[in-house]
Write a protein that binds this ligand. Structure first.
Ligand SMILES: [Zn+2]
Length: 328
């Protein structure tokens, strides 16, 4: 192959691989300044979020970015009596301790098992062999990539929605029509269905179907304990970080899903905000606060029921901004 061709080929292979792994390339810079109509929608989003979610509003409405392999690792931390977090500032997994072993939400990327996932377990004094279940937010490699290792070595059961098993097992061709590099997949295992609780020992989580980022994205609602007190937590497992690659229909579906999730989290009185890509609400400052927490001070992951609803409102409001931007 001539040198230039070889280089082109290498670039294609690398970009194809990254496309699979991160699936959310950086947003293109806006082609033109926002119209008055879009600016009005941005004001609406700012009002919806208030001071608490100003950073989230800025991320989703003005400065989105994808997670990256270079996001700095976080200190593996116990954030609730029964919940631990491992990973990096762009992508994390939650490990939940139950009366019958561990349940993990997501599993990081395949190339982060040795560098972040297993060292995290060790640092926290947790035994990865006790992971009985891995429940996925959605079927992209930065979430399911670590699961084949866990399935093979520890017999962890892997839970994904039917639509996202299908997405993983029959990935669509890339945007240029090229075939993507095949990912190492977990063996076809358990199926997550909205409204069918996932139970391990004394722990139970409720899946909520939120298609948009992928056809089978799932959110989860579950109890955590903070110094013995039960709190209701939720994680939106299919957040669109950069809207650029999502189709118009996809954004409309996403808007409906966010509304559905708002409904379910309101009914469940969710007051704890957890994310698998905590970019819109940075996790490191919360971990710092937790470390310095004095008796009687609030856990920084507990935002309260009203503020949780506002967090979801900003996701909806900024999706409307992105839809309006595109229509112009
Ligand atoms: Zn994804």
């Amino acid at each position: 192959m001539p040198r230039l061709k070889m280089l082109e080929h290498a670039v294609l292979v690398v970009s194809t691989f990254m496309g699979w792994l991160y699936a959310q390339p950086p947003a293109a810079s806006p082609a033109k300044p926002d119209s008055d109509a879009v600016k009005a929608l941005i004001e609406k989003a700012k009002k919806a979020g208030g001071p608490m979610w100003a950073g989230e509003e800025h991320f989703f409405c003005e400065a989105p970015r994808a997670n990256s392999p270079n996001d700095p690792p976080i200190e593996p931390t116990k954030i609730f009596d029964n919940v631990y977090v491992i990973g990096n500032q762009g992508t994390v997994v939650y490990v939940i301790e139950t009366s019958d072993g561990l349940l993990m939400i997501d599993s990081l990327g395949a190339n982060q098992v040795e560098s972040q996932l297993l060292p995290g377990f060790q640092k926290l004094g947790l035994d990865p062999a006790k992971v009985k279940m891995i429940v996925m937010g959605h079927g992209h490699g930065d979430h399911f990539g670590g699961s084949p290792y866990m399935q093979e070595h520890y017999g962890s059961k892997v839970y994904i929605s039917a639509a996202d098993w299908d997405l993983m097992e029959h990935p669509p061709a890339g945007r240029g029509g090229e075939k993507k590099a095949p990912a190492v997949l977990p063996k076809h295992d358990q199926v997550v269905v909205e409204g069918q609780p996932i139970v391990l020992g004394d722990f139970r989580m409720m899946p909520v179907s939120i298609p948009g980022h992928t056809p089978g994205s799932m959110g989860y609602i579950f109890d955590v304990k903070d110094n013995g007190k039960t709190r209701v937590a939720a994680m939106y497992g299919g957040t669109i970080l950069t809207p650029g690659i999502i189709s118009d229909a996809g954004l409309q579906t996403y808007l409906k899903s966010v509304a559905h999730f708002k409904d379910e989290t309101r009914k469940a009185k969710v007051e704890v905000e957890l994310q698998n890509h905590p970019l819109m609400d940075p996790i490191q400052p919360k971990l710092d606060k937790l470390k310095a927490r004095q008796k009687g001070q609030q856990n920084p992951f507990v935002v309260g029921t009203a503020n949780y609803q506002r967090f979801v409102d900003v996701m909806a409001a900024c999706t409307e901004v992105n839809i309006a931007r595109r229509a112009e």
